[in-house]
Design a protein around this ligand. Structure first.
Ligand code: ZN
Length: 203
């Protein structure tokens, strides 16, 4: 299983980090060792002093595909969940400055908190999904998939031109505005269309 993530897929988030809006999807990967499941706690790593949360809608790939057209791309995911793309923002900033890749900032152990998944068929419109992150009961991010710059079909098609998608792969589809730092003792809770999907602690 691999985790494919999209950067800057919500304009307001790109702007809050002073990044340009990309002309094509910006992709990075996390290995399977990044997965943090079952609401297990996230332990702040020693190597960073600025870990950020990024709440994202996550698609689960349901069959192998390569060179997919946008027209058929929606057949390649059946389930949706939520995830937190934990990011070592201090390391990312230093690496951006040097033009280095982002892996140490994005792909470290447990950097992808992942919820359970539900059938996409349970939602009327995957482009009108409201998702929200609360930390210690306070709303920090409140997004809607109608604001995406690149559709799920576009992302699946685009990635599959370069990287074969396999059953069980996960796609993190980008975060809305409101990202920020997590601290020891924080409780993170996230909802998708009013259902709770994540509820775990920062240690
Ligand atoms: Zn992200």
């Amino acid at each position: 299983m691999k985790i494919i993530a999209i950067g800057r897929n919500y304009a307001a988030h790109a702007q809050e980090l002073n990044n340009p809006i990309p002309g094509s999807p910006l992709i990075f990967l996390k290995p399977d060792t990044a997965a943090l499941k079952d609401n297990r706690p996230f332990y702040l790593p020693e190597f960073s002093s600025e870990i950020h949360y990024e709440l994202e809608v996550v698609l689960k790939i349901c069959k192998e595909g390569k060179h997919l057209s946008e027209k058929f791309a929606s057949n390649y995911y059946e389930e949706i969940g939520l995830g937190i793309d934990f990011t070592a923002r201090d390391i990312q900033a230093a690496h951006k400055e040097k033009g280095w890749p982002w892996e140490l900032a994005k792909a470290f152990d447990n950097s992808a908190a992942i919820s359970h998944f539900v059938p996409k068929a349970q939602f009327e419109d995957v482009y009108n999904l409201q998702f929200e992150l609360q930390i210690n009961g306070e709303t920090k991010q409140n997004g809607n998939t109608k604001m995406v710059l690149f559709s799920f079909e576009k992302i699946i098609s685009f990635v599959s031109q370069y990287i074969t998608l396999k059953k069980g792969d996960l796609i993190f589809t980008g975060t809305p505005e409101g990202v920020g730092q997590v601290f020891q003792g924080d409780k993170l809770e996230a909802w998708l269309e009013g259902q709770q999907f994540l509820n775990f602690d920062i240690k």
